[in-house]
Design a binder for this molecule. Structure first.
Ligand SMILES: NC(=O)c1ccc[n+]([C@@H]2O[C@H](COP(=O)([O-])OP(=O)(O)OC[C@H]3O[C@@H](n4cnc5c(N)ncnc54)[C@H](O)[C@@H]3O)[C@@H](O)[C@H]2O)c1
Length: 268
């Protein structure tokens, strides 16, 4: 078991990548605090873990609130006596031309996707210091590594997570705290439901939309949350003991280069 006797917090644990990671962490031996603004969803995931023999609890948190983050860390330490791992994963998406982005939408997205990661790190690090070190993993995105139309707000937040990760990796390495992030490509989770629904309203079946999005990845399909969870688990574990400051794509080759085409632009 790669996380035996470790205590971990997962934010955004009620759904998608966070849910898959909370379950994987527990399967690898960690005690897991499932944290989410969707308190019922987080509780359900903690119950699922407990029902299958794992150790988990849940806490309601809005990652944009410093009080909530402090409470989340305090509840975790109160229950298990220490904190070894935090996975800052909670996030929201927004797809709009920049001319249509409302100031309040910009502020809310940056508060959750970027400030939420800052607050998680700020309050987890002092607890990790007490037990001699720890591992921080955050969820950035391929949108934090390259630009895409309509994703300017989201890209700004995720690009911020990538550089925050690198800065903190350098700042805390000598205290045995590793700081890394993952950069997923398109992963089949509810975060994309509004987009799937709007495309479906235009006549395409959801499966066709997922299939079409998959074609943008050299591997030829979208990813599943469990495929991100396994990489996060690696980065959180001692298997990654000499890995810090990386922004690891989990993207089916999306950021590796363009999809190979024949000499006339045809599919190969
Ligand atoms: N699915 C993708 O294609 C994809 C790609 C790249 C990056 N990501 C990132 O992965 C992370 C997880 O997203 P997902 O795809 O699993 O989506 P998801 O919608 O399934 O899960 C996101 C979770 O975050 C929670 N959340 C939202 N706002 C919160 C807040 N203020 N405080 C606490 N919890 C909050 C939601 O309740 C939800 O449970 C996000 O940071 C997202 O930006 C997703």
């Amino acid at each position: 078991m790669r996380l035996k006797d470790r205590v971990a917090i997962v934010t955004g644990a009620a759904s998608g990548i966070g849910k898959a990671t909370a379950i994987t962490f527990a399967r690898e031996g960690a005690s897991v605090m499932c944290a989410d603004v969707n308190a019922e969803g987080a509780e359900a995931v903690a119950r699922t873990i407990a029902d299958t023999g794992g150790d988990a609890a849940s806490v309601s948190v809005d990652v944009a609130s410093e009080d909530d983050i402090q409470n989340m860390v305090a509840e975790t330490v109160k229950r298990w006596g220490k904190l070894d791992v935090i996975y800052n994963n909670a996030g929201i998406a927004l797809g709009n031309p920049v001319t249509q982005v409302l100031e309040e939408d910009w502020d809310r997205l940056i508060d959750i996707n970027l400030k939420g990661v800052f607050l998680g790190c700020k309050h987890a690090i002092p607890e990790m210091m007490k037990s001699g070190g720890g591992a921080i993993v955050s969820t950035a995105s391929v949108a934090g590594l390259m630009g895409s139309p309509y994703l300017s707000t989201y890209s700004a937040s995720k690009g911020g997570v990538v550089l925050l990760t690198k800065a903190l990796a350098v700042e805390w390495a000598r205290f045995n705290i590793r700081v890394n992030c993952v950069c997923p490509g398109v992963i089949q989770t509810p975060i994309l439901d509004p987009w799937i629904q709007s495309t479906a309203a235009a006549g395409a079946a959801p499966e066709e939309v997922w299939e079409q999005m998959g074609k943008g990845h050299p591997i030829g399909r979208v990813g599943q949350p469990e495929e991100v969870a396994k990489v996060v688990t690696f980065l959180a574990s001692d298997d990654a003991s000499f890995v810090t400051g990386v922004a690891m794509p989990v993207d089916g080759g999306l950021t590796a280069g363009s999809i190979p085409r024949g000499p006339f632009g045809e599919d190969l």
